[in-house]
Design a protein around this ligand. Structure first.
Ligand code: SF4
Length: 474
């Protein structure tokens, strides 16, 4: 059983995709680390990368090639200034050389040295192999798999072994929803309180608070940037950014100069049902417009679904509770992270394995349960809310047009957020002891559905909207 921290489920990264951008970026960094560990780094004279399966089929639209080059260059996806991406990539393309880890210049011809292979590696649909030729002519290679949410593994799953060691430290090890509920009942704790105890076995409370604050800051910033940036998204689909206009219409004459003031200004606006729908959609669209333009977002649990959790948290802050503060944000993120980890252990958060139910479905489920706790729901009601949200995403396919994380992805975040709020409300009005479908059953169903789904609908852009709609129609 894996031990997964909230900081594994919610990670600061760069768009547009956790499995196709963040994962390969991190894999490239890990490979450079491997070369150093083995004292091979200084001997490297040439490098190339093979991308396989889904990484190859939708890799261009998901900026996998760019991510790999930035990772090889030694840049950190959490801190690298996104406004420098274009300059760094232009340099590699025009000079045909790459500075490995920022230290060692090697010849690099992106068109020839990044190879898009249609074939799938057996272990996982998102495979990649990094190859180096050393100065003595010997060849070295290492394969990685991007398994969703920015997680990368080697076939022998060394990381899992490390995580298992950490797992032993968790005072409340949870694999299934029913175990989580049993601990909450026995300890008289809410889900977030219990998760906090687990997190405290890995890091201090100050570190936890600082980490969660950083995550929320990036979430808020991505909503703010998205809602204040107009224009057309890159990639060739000519998709107009919509959050800008929505925010402008909804905010009216209320003035603000930064993200914190923006929250106060939104609280001042008059909201009826239609405005609530529009605000939640605006928040979700904003994040995913930022994501689609290679901006900084929080992978939650993936980049394609990065807008759902911030939009639902923001809904709570600006609509439900005007006195809400960081303590509420902390509870929300801890609970959401735990629910996401149960999905990861029992099913998948990779669209290449399970289609969009694994991205938007899981994020909606995480948000529904977390919102339910803030709204006063019991742990049982929280998991009921999560179950309802996933139940109505079962079977959702992944079919991004032109392999870009734009259509249907951006709107889908708005839908996932609204469904999460609705699922929460239904659970709050229900007796969970009468629920017919427990969360664990819906997770098992999602996994079986994932296995039955053809690869056309698993981040390959070979089915659905991706083949019905031509890029020239856009
Ligand atoms: S369709 Fe869903 S799973 Fe596929 S890329 Fe878009 S958001 Fe991700």
């Amino acid at each position: 059983m894996e031990s997964i921290s909230v900081f594994d489920m919610l990670k600061i990264g760069v768009g547009p995709s956790s499995s196709h951008t963040l994962g390969p970026w991190r894999a490239a960094l890990r490979w450079v680390g491997e070369l150093k560990e083995k004292n091979q780094f200084d001997e490297v004279s040439a490098i190339s990368i093979d991308l396989y399966g889904s990484l190859s089929l939708t890799g261009k639209g998901h900026a996998t090639d760019i991510a790999v080059m930035l990772g090889l260059s030694g840049f950190d996806p959490v801190t690298f200034p996104i406004e420098n991406i274009e300059r760094e990539i232009d340099f590699i393309n025009s000079e045909n050389k790459l500075k490995l880890n920022g230290e060692l210049e090697v010849p690099f011809f992106p068109k020839q040295n990044i190879i898009f292979n249609r074939k799938f590696l057996e272990f996982h649909p998102n495979g990649m192999t990094f190859r180096a030729t050393l100065k003595d002519g010997s060849k070295k290679s290492s394969s990685f798999y991007s398994i969703g949410g920015g997680f990368t593994v080697k076939k022998e799953r060394k990381r899992k072994k490390i995580k298992m060691a950490k797992f032993a430290q968790f005072p409340f090890p949870v694999e299934k929803g029913f175990e989580l509920l049993a601990y909450c009942k026995a300890e008289g704790m809410s889900i977030s309180e219990l998760v906090l105890e687990n997190e405290k076995s890995l890091r201090s409370e100050v570190e936890i608070n600082n980490g969660l604050k950083k995550i929320w800051d990036v979430m808020l910033d991505s909503m703010y940037v998205g809602a204040h940036t107009e224009g057309i998204l890159p990639g060739g689909l000519n998709v107009t950014r919509r959050a800008f206009e929505m925010n402008k219409n909804l905010i009216g004459d209320n003035k603000y100069t930064n993200a914190e003031d923006w929250i106060a200004a939104i609280r001042n606006t008059e909201v009826k049902f239609r405005q609530i729908l529009k605000w939640v959609s605006c928040f979700a669209l904003a994040v995913n417009e930022v994501n689609a333009s290679l901006g900084r977002v929080v992978t939650a649990p993936t980049n394609g679904s990065a807008g759902v959790i911030p939009a639902v948290m923001m809904y709570y802050l600006v609509i439900e509770n005007h006195d809400a503060n960081f303590e509420d944000v902390r509870k929300f993120l801890l609970t959401a992270g735990e629910i996401g980890s149960i999905f990861k252990k029992g099913s998948t958060i990779s669209a290449a394995m399970g289609g969009c139910q694994a991205e938007i479905g899981v994020s909606s489920s995480m948000a529904a349960g977390a919102l339910c706790e803030l709204m006063g729901g019991t742990p049982e009601q929280c998991l009921m809310a999560s179950e309802i949200a996933m139940e109505h995403h079962l079977g959702l396919t992944c079919d991004p047009i032109a392999g870009l994380v734009q259509i249907p992805c951006i709107e889908r975040n708005a839908m996932g957020a609204i469904k999460a709020i609705n699922a929460c409300e239904m659970a709050l009005d229900s007796d969970p002891s009468k629920a017919k479908v427990p969360l664990d059953k819906v997770i098992a169903t999602m996994w079986e559905t994932a296995k039955d789904m053809t690869s056309k609908y698993k981040e390959t852009s070979e089915g659905g909207l991706a083949v019905q709609v031509n890029i020239s129609d856009c």
